[in-house]
Design a protein around this ligand. Structure first.
Ligand code: 13P
Length: 243
């Protein structure tokens, strides 16, 4: 079972020493570590078996007058290969819209970074029967008109399943599979040319006990992991299962 594990460290840890220690303790094939930007340079020197990803990027490709932003070119110069785009925490806390996400996806692809597009609904949207409308919109806007001969990862991360949210529980693999089929249908309608480039991940309270329930399915090609990716022992257990 060769799957991809994406470690989204979010805004952790607090120091470069801790970042180095965690990266050293977990560096393995099949792992992409996505640390805060400030640790990328140091980690690019020590990551050997795994790869480096970023948690975001700006839609201008090179350099310029964009205070606080990071360009794809700057990321690539630090050996970054993958980039998370449209994480729900950015959508919710920073007002990132589907249109902004679309610009970031297009820029990542144009500049040769592999995008990891995050989509997923809130608990309220799920309970009111709006899951499909939300995901349809997120996918259609982000991928309309995109051309790519590289993989495009889509992470289904239901917001209610993210471990830091109240009463979070992991999704059921059957539900994730249903959403993946739905996303394929949407892409078939809006941009069928890229269908063969899509790879699907699940994210939301993944840990060493439940990872294989998701990853045993061919359609789920990896996991996007937050909390458990900050615990070396826990992450290594997951990596050992997928390698
Ligand atoms: P948890 O694994 O902590 O639920 O976080 C999921 C996530 O948001 C990864 O991007």
């Amino acid at each position: 079972m060769s799957k991809l594990i994406i470690a989204n460290w979010k805004m952790n840890p607090a120091t470069v020493e801790e970042a180095v220690e965690l990266a050293r303790a977990t560096d393995q094939e099949h792992l992409i570590i996505c640390p805060p930007f400030i640790f990328l340079e140091e980690l690019s020197r020590i990551i050997d078996k795994g790869q480096l990803g970023a948690q975001d990027l700006f839609w201008e490709g090179d350099t310029g007058a964009f205070t606080g932003e990071i360009s794809p070119e700057e990321l690539k110069n630090l050996d970054v290969t993958h980039v998370i785009i449209g994480h729900s925490e950015r959508r919710q806390n920073l007002g990132e819209t589907n249109e902004m996400v679309a610009k970031k996806i297009a820029t990542a692809i144009e500049t040769g970074l592999i995008p990891i597009l995050c989509v997923g609904e809130t608990l309220e949207q799920k309970e009111s029967g709006h899951r499909e409308v939300v995901i349809q919109e997120e996918i259609a806007v982000a991928l309309d008109g995109v051309e790519s001969d590289q993989p495009i990862y889509i992470a289904y991360e239901p917001i209610w399943a993210i471990s830091t949210n109240p009463n979070a529980e992991p999704d059921k693999p059957e539900n994730t599979l249903e959403v993946i089929s739905f996303i394929k249908k949407v892409v078939q309608e809006v941009n069928p040319e890229i269908l063969s480039q899509l790879k699907f991940l699940y994210g939301g309270s993944v840990n060493s006990k439940n990872a294989s329930e998701f990853l045993q399915h061919d359609e789920i090609e990896g996991a996007l992991i937050g909390g458990a990716s900050l615990q070396a022992e826990e992450l290594n257990k997951i990596l050992n299962e997928v390698s």
